[in-house]
Design a protein around this ligand. Structure first.
Ligand SMILES: Cc1cc2nc3c(=O)[nH]c(=O)nc-3n(C[C@H](O)[C@H](O)[C@H](O)COP(=O)(O)OP(=O)(O)OC[C@H]3O[C@@H](n4cnc5c(N)ncnc54)[C@H](O)[C@@H]3O)c2cc1C
Length: 388
């Protein structure tokens, strides 16, 4: 029993671990090799009604908070599914928060219901090759055309664009030179991914092969007016609403992966006999593992703190960023330590820790890098001048 969780959250954790038990290490190793999207896993989670955990009840969700969703996603990652499993669901859990907050009643029915039932999948397209973390410099354009827009431009690193039916897309509707503030003139759309106008090219990458990452090219994608979320020009403001929950979920998932790695390392340290005794009898093996445990659990408490602030409607930007930073670093060190604890076998796929190490790197890079998080904390928590 984890005393930092409520009894309802403990039940969520146990129920999710039960669903995940049907998708063991062998399943994820196969997906890592063949790169096929884990449809069976996604389907099992959808069938259990879990995809709508944090979505409003009026549209088929459970109306629970981000803390509950974090407990769910952590259990997915901790089961050994790591980011191969968590990222297959991630966008569906909270990605459409801007639609919940700013969408019309008609849009919520049309967009949220099929997502919650698992009938549709969504992807999120913000990052661009020439803008990077300087989001407001993005160049994708949505130009007024007939009763809607035509989207032109390029995005990069877009997760699940191969399997997604729709894309939550940030594009410029007023040129940068014509706005007072850089954050203005960007609009948010939830557009159908009509492959006649959209090409998604898979990026061959380090890990999480089962959840595709893509370069996406938009060549005049028609988007009807009714698929624009909120007002034209306020898209940047809208996506900010989903950012803190996303950092909290990534933090929860990173702790989950770290715990999975640590459990494997501790098991191996007890079983592996060298110099006539288990390697885990050496403090040089024990202490790094114990430090990983302490760092992971501390990061987890920061994550739960940020989630509870968010659920209480309180500001949580600094805490959500700190949680993402601490969890990604603690998760990374735990995965690296787990590989080293296994010695040569840490490099073998059959012990799974090398997969965790490749996957945990994502939490250090996305959706925002360590450097930008530290700049944010320096500015907001310490009152230092903005550095970028
Ligand atoms: C596996 C994966 C999945 C992803 N999924 C998605 C997705 O679904 N949708 C989406 O829109 N994006 C996605 N991303 C993109 C991700 O959010 C970006 O890669 C991330 O925000 C970093 O942007 P960048 O790669 O352009 O880095 P850059 O902006 O090019 O930065 C490069 C490096 O320079 C550092 N840097 C830049 N400016 C400063 C500064 N002022 N001070 C200090 N350091 C600085 C950064 O911290 C970073 O280390 C994904 C990325 C990965 C790897």
């Amino acid at each position: 029993m984890d005393s930092s969780l409520t009894s309802a959250q403990q039940e969520i954790r146990e129920a999710i671990l039960k669903v995940c038990a049907a998708f063991g290490d062998g399943y994820w190793l196969e997906r890592d090799k063949d790169g096929a999207f884990p449809h069976a896993f996604h389907g099992a989670i959808a069938d259990g009604g879990w995809l709508g955990i944090a979505m409003p009840e009026a549209y088929g969700g459970s109306g629970l908070g981000i803390a509950d969703a974090a407990v769910m996603m952590q259990a997915v990652a901790e089961s050994g599914a790591a980011f191969s499993g968590a990222s297959a669901l991630h966008m569906n859990i909270f990605g459409l928060n801007p639609v919940v907050v700013f969408g019309s009643e008609e849009q919520k029915r049309r967009f949220l219901m099929p997502l919650i039932k698992g009938e549709e999948k969504a992807c999120f397209a913000v990052t661009e090759p020439d803008a990077g973390l300087d989001t407001t410099r993005l160049k994708a354009r949505a130009v007024r055309s007939g009763n809607g827009y035509a989207v032109h431009g390029q995005k990069i690193w877009i997760s699940t664009a191969q399997v997604a039916d729709r894309v939550l897309l940030l594009a410029r509707t007023t040129p940068l030179e014509e706005v007072k503030k850089q954050t203005e003139g960007l609009s948010l759309f939830y557009a159908a991914l009509d492959r006649k106008y959209v090409e998604a090219r898979v990026i061959d990458k380090m890990g999480r092969k089962a959840v595709d990452s893509n370069q996406v090219f938009f060549d005049g994608l028609p988007v009807p007016l009714e698929d624009r979320i909120g007002e034209e020009g306020r898209g940047f403001e809208y996506i900010l609403h989903g950012m803190n929950p996303e950092r909290i979920l990534i933090a929860a998932e990173a702790v989950g992966i770290g715990r999975a790695a640590l459990a494997r390392a501790a098991r191996y340290a007890k079983e592996r006999i060298v110099f006539g005794r288990p390697i885990g009898k050496n403090q040089a093996i024990q202490h790094p593992l114990a430090k990983c445990w302490a760092d992971l659990e501390a990061a987890n408490l920061m994550m739960l703190h940020a989630a509870r602030l968010y659920d209480a409607g309180k500001p949580c930007g600094v805490e959500a960023n700190a949680a993402k930073y601490l969890a990604a670093e603690a998760g990374f060190t735990a995965c690296e330590t787990a590989v080293m604890t296994h010695g040569g076998m840490g490099y073998a796929k059959e012990f799974h820790v090398e997969r965790y190490l490749r996957e945990i790197m994502i939490a250090r890079i996305a959706p925002v890098s360590r450097e930008l998080i530290l700049s944010h904390i320096a500015e907001r928590a310490l009152g230092l001048p903005k550095s970028y």
